[in-house]
Design a protein around this ligand. Structure first.
Ligand SMILES: Nc1ncnc2c1ncn2[C@@H]1O[C@H](COP(=O)(O)OP(=O)(O)O[C@H]2O[C@H](CO)[C@@H](O)[C@H](O)[C@H]2O)[C@@H](O)[C@H]1O
Length: 472
């Protein structure tokens, strides 16, 4: 079976968040003697593309309405990745030093059209086309409706929703950018009077997956306007929990962290990493270290951090370190807090992959008070590194973290994203930390939890197989 994943992000080529981690790992775990799993993604102007060499395997032009753009399909000359990646180079639109910007309609439309135009010329079509998020959401529509791509009608396609908050909306004025199709079917593109790529994909994809079972259920109640569509299409929807790439996220071999460690040596290893963080960020080593890593957006509950941190730090019984960027208001509030709590609080506003690994290794607790969390990878990385997650029980967090007060529990859970519940959860964590034998017992227990991709990768393969069977 040949699978082609189509995505805007893929680790380590281009990463903004969890989408990259998934698309950078899933193909690896799907590849087997019987299965070839590959990725096609945009060619950005970034560190990875600057540091590697590429050759062109296809050179053509694409039409975006009346505009014509040159494009190429590039492949890596050397093969530093564990699976094939094809790159769509549209110099005028995609080759930027960012992945996302304010208006990406033309950019990602060009990407999707170039990918399909090239596929038409690819001798052997893939058995499965797997699209990720709204940036590739017009592909299921085009495969089904665009005259140009009629040859693909029988190829099963899957859409995975990593985040339904973002839908790629654009005005009907731009409908002419989509390769010609039977205009009587234009309603498939529409949701609420706009062209909505995510909605179009939910309508047209053969199957829709979300990245955790709970998120699938929650979307029927809250999906940024798509609730009724997801309920109506629920027969073809399924939640498959993400895994984590245990080769990349392994405290025994991780080259980013200060000292490697295993379950047996976590005491010493985690302390070495915590010491590094405390030295670097001027934090108190003797206090429990609470961390947050992620995008500073309302979905993650990060707008509450300035108040939560203020209240928690006033008690002077913990240290807090935050790594993230996003809302300028929150960034400024988090920066403003620094002078008030020198020695127990610090924030690194920005993106730093290496630092994120050291924080998973060195922090004692990881905060994730998300309002929406389709799956969440951070809590699974934290578990693997022996850092206890404090989560709001929602989406994938609900599916992966059990509260210490429940049978077999190992995390700290709170039902709502409010200042008082997060603060109370922090207090519970501090009480747990004071009981070092129990704390250490939980730490070794969580490191042994298996969230590797194996089971989920197989679930996807089973899903593809059912589609291939239904196609015959
Ligand atoms: N400032 C920073 N510096 C360094 N690293 C940073 C960083 N900010 C974030 N990261 C890293 O980005 C990844 C974030 O993963 P999440 O699953 O939390 O993300 P996200 O909300 O982007 O993804 C969406 O897709 C994923 C994948 O399906 C779902 O798990 C999730 O719920 C959904 O919202 C982690 O690897 C984290 O360490």
């Amino acid at each position: 079976m040949t699978i082609l994943h189509i995505s805007a992000e893929c680790y380590p080529v281009a990463k903004v968040g969890g989408l990259a981690d998934v698309v950078g790992a899933l193909p690896k775990y799907q590849n087997s003697p019987n299965t070839t799993s590959q990725v096609i993604m945009p060619f950005y102007d970034n560190k990875f593309t600057q540091e590697n060499t590429f050759s062109s395997v296809y050179d053509a032009q694409l039409n975006l309405g009346d505009s014509v753009y040159d494009f190429q399909i590039l492949v890596l000359k050397d093969k530093p990745l564990d699976f094939n990646v094809f790159f769509v180079q549209v110099p005028e639109l995609l080759f930027k030093d960012y992945v996302y910007s304010f208006d990406d309609t033309d950019r990602f439309l060009a990407f999707q059209i170039a990918a399909l135009d090239w596929l038409l010329t690819w001798g052997m079509y893939p058995d499965i086309i797997h699209c990720h998020d709204h940036h590739t959401g017009l592909i299921p529509f085009m495969l089904q409706e665009s005259y140009k791509y009629e040859a693909f009608r029988k190829i099963p396609n899957v859409l995975t929703i990593h985040n339904a908050q973002y839908q790629g909306w654009f005005s009907h004025d731009k409908v002419g950018l989509i390769p010609p199709f039977n205009f009587e079917h234009v309603g498939l593109l529409d949701w609420g009077g706009q062209i909505n790529p995510l909605a179009a994909a939910i309508k047209c994809a053969w199957r829709v997956t979300t990245v955790s079972p709970s998120y699938m259920e929650e979307l029927k109640q809250a999906a940024n306007g798509l609730e009724s569509l997801l309920s109506a299409e629920s027969a073809k929807c399924i939640g498959i929990l993400n895994g984590i790439d245990c080769n990349v996220w392994n405290p025994e071999t991780d080259t980013y962290i200060v000292e490697n460690y295993s379950i047996k040596t976590v005491d010493q290893g985690a302390t070495a990493n915590k010491t590094y963080l405390c030295d670097t960020f001027n934090l108190d080593l003797d206090k429990p270290l609470f961390a947050f890593i992620g995008r500073l957006v309302d979905e993650k509950g990060s707008d509450l951090f300035p108040e939560v941190f203020q209240l928690a730090l006033e008690k002077d019984n913990l240290s807090i370190l935050l790594l993230g960027s996003g809302s300028k208001i929150t960034e400024n509030q988090l920066q403003d807090l620094k002078p008030n709590f020198v020695g127990t609080y610090n924030a690194f506003i920005g993106y730093d992959e290496k630092l994120s690994h050291i924080i998973y290794a060195g922090a004692d607790f990881l905060l994730m008070p998300s309002r929406v969390e389709p799956c969440g990878l951070n809590q699974m990385y934290a578990l693997r590194y022996g850092t206890i997650p404090i989560v709001r029980s929602i989406g994938g967090l609900k599916d992966t973290v059990t509260d210490i007060n429940e049978a077999g529990g190992f995390g700290i859970c709170h039902p709502n994203t409010t200042v008082s519940e997060i603060t109370e959860a922090i207090d519970r964590a501090i009480t747990l930390y004071k009981d070092q034998p129990t704390y250490k017992g939980i730490r070794t227990k969580i490191m042994a939890i298996d969230h590797s991709w194996d089971a989920s990768a197989e679930e996807y393969i089973n899903l593809y197989n059912t589609l291939k069977t239904s196609q015959q």
